[in-house]
Design a protein around this ligand. Structure first.
Ligand SMILES: *Cc1c(COP(=O)(O)O)cnc(C)c1O
Length: 392
């Protein structure tokens, strides 16, 4: 078989074998409903509670503060709509940023249509929010600040502790979409003053369709899904037991040998950036040079369409992404790249390579070798590039 190289770990990750092994019995032998009183049911109940403990432990929360959802999008929807509808008596103003995932952005836009007011904070050229702008945006109607921990496209990590302090001081709930951060950054929700935190298992080697929302004890939030009494009446529906077990195992693994894995990824990331810069001209790194996710590389290649780059890489057996997986298929440039000030033209030439636990240094060399050839070929078809070269 032709070599296949997967460098799109921000889009999703494979389920690790240890995770799958723990999940399998809960599909067939241990199929009981956690709400049932007989032993088959209580076995499932124990498995769910065990996973809840693991999630809580990983982020410094109490197990009572963890609620399972059907993924990151549901967790984001619940956090934002749940706080908005649950605290309408206090105010109708929400603060977020222009670079959030669509699960947050489109939820906020929906709430605007329902009478809420939303401030979308700018970011600087690196994708960082301005804490002073945040302070100034707060009004006596502000009920929620929702700012992502780390960006899925450019990898920029926000000053979460400082944001948490501001929110606490002003008595406003603070939600963070930590879908990209979990497993990649050590997080203690108490230390960071986080009130609500979203996560999704498939971004850290767990299964798809399962996530969790951390809701600090005492936070006033409406349910999103109503029905049965599951999840202490906050999220109805029979629990997805195998997936919950998988989430628990995946988060436990993610923070085992964390330092070692993290350092390895950072080394690989910096090597990839360095080699691209050394071998290809007219490239720029998007996002912050150091305040960025360990596996994230996002670069713009001038005079090239990101989509053509992706197709050529695919033909070489390399899986990557141009900006955001959610926007590929449409030709609109990524809202994140526009927010950091790139022109439409430059933004179109972006490529995201996201590394994970299974990538190797050998693969980095292979990808750079192919990338050099592909960029060369694509640019040779660009009249603009030829002109710039002549003028040089
Ligand atoms: C993937 C992702 C989501 C959505 O999570 P799903 O589990 O796929 O619904 C939300 N926010 C960020 C930052 C993501 O990367």
């Amino acid at each position: 078989m032709k070599k296949y190289i997967y460098m799109d770990n921000a889009a999703t990750t494979p389920v690790k074998k240890e995770v799958l092994d723990e999940m399998l019995p809960y599909f067939s032998e241990k199929y009981g409903n956690p709400s049932s009183v007989y032993s088959l049911g209580s076995m499932s109940k124990r498995a769910v509670e065990d996973a809840r403990e693991k999630v809580a432990k990983a982020i410094g929360a109490n197990a009572r503060e963890i609620f399972f959802t059907a993924g990151g999008s549901e967790a984001d929807n619940w956090a934002i709509k749940g706080i908005a509808f649950g605290n309408f008596d206090k105010g109708n103003h929400i603060i977020t940023t222009k670079i959030e995932h669509h699960a947050v952005l489109h939820t906020c836009e929906y709430l605007e249509k329902k009478g809420f007011e939303v401030t979308y904070l700018d970011v600087d050229e690196y994708g960082l929010v301005d804490l002073e702008q945040l302070q100034n945006a707060i009004t006596d109607k502000t009920i929620l600040i929702s700012i992502m921990f780390a960006n899925n496209e450019i990898g920029t990590v926000q000053p979460i502790k400082e944001i948490g302090e501001i929110a606490k001081e002003r008595n406003i709930y603070f939600h963070t979409d930590a879908v990209q951060a979990i497993g990649n950054i050590e997080i203690d929700v108490k230390e960071l003053n986080i009130d609500l935190l979203s996560m999704s298992a498939h971004k850290f080697y767990g299964p798809k369709g399962i996530g969790a929302l951390y809701v600090r004890q005492g936070v006033k939030i409406d349910p999103l899904i109503t029905g049965g009494a599951q999840e202490r009446r906050r999220r109805a529906g029979t629990e997805n037991v195998p997936a919950i077990v998988g989430l628990g195992k995946a988060i436990e693994l993610a923070y085992t040998n964390f330092e070692e894995k993290n350092n390895r990824l950072i080394k690989l990331r910096d090597l990839l950036i360095e080699k691209i810069k050394a071998n290809i001209d007219y490239v720029r790194l998007n996002g912050h040079p150091t305040k960025r996710l360990p596996g994230n590389v996002n670069m713009c290649f001038q005079f090239i369409e990101g989509e053509s780059l992706l197709l050529s890489l695919d033909m070489e057996g390399i899986a990557a992404s141009s900006g955001s997986a959610c926007t590929s298929g449409s030709l609109d440039p990524s809202h994140v790249l526009l927010a950091i000030g790139l022109s439409h033209e430059i933004a179109h030439g972006s490529l995201r390579l996201t590394l994970g636990d299974f990538n190797t240094e050998e693969e980095i060399d292979y990808v750079v070798e192919k990338l050099v050839k592909i960029v060369d070929r694509l640019r040779s078809m660009s009249p603009l590039y030829e002109k710039v070269k002549e003028e040089k």
